[in-house]
Design a protein around this ligand. Sequence first.
Ligand SMILES: [Zn+2]
Length: 124
Amino acid sequence: MSDSDIYACQRCGAIDCKLWRPYSTFDIRLKCLDCACMTADPSAPIDASQYGADGSKPKPGLAESAELPYLFRRSWEIEWYIPAVPSASGSYWGYGAIPMDPMSPEHGDWLAWVALPLRMVEAS
Ligand SMILES: [Zn+2]
């Protein structure tokens, strides 16, 4: 088992929370929300506070378009990071293939990711 098999942020070690990965199929270095926001573009860190509990942020210009379905008004991407949604094959759903559609037979994979906390819950 390699480090890449563990569902943990490879920068800060966060576990039991939503993780993202670069969209490239061959790069599965996982990052938590804050690490992805900090490192996606080191010269211009992304404001992590715009991401809600479900891991999405409003799409510019579309957030107020109430006639559009929720999925179209939100973005789950952090620059070139996409949600690292584990699939039954032991890998992650590829860019554009994540089963967000409720009609998808694998929709449960997506729901399981959405149900993860946005950040690791610190032991108190
Ligand atoms: Zn992290």
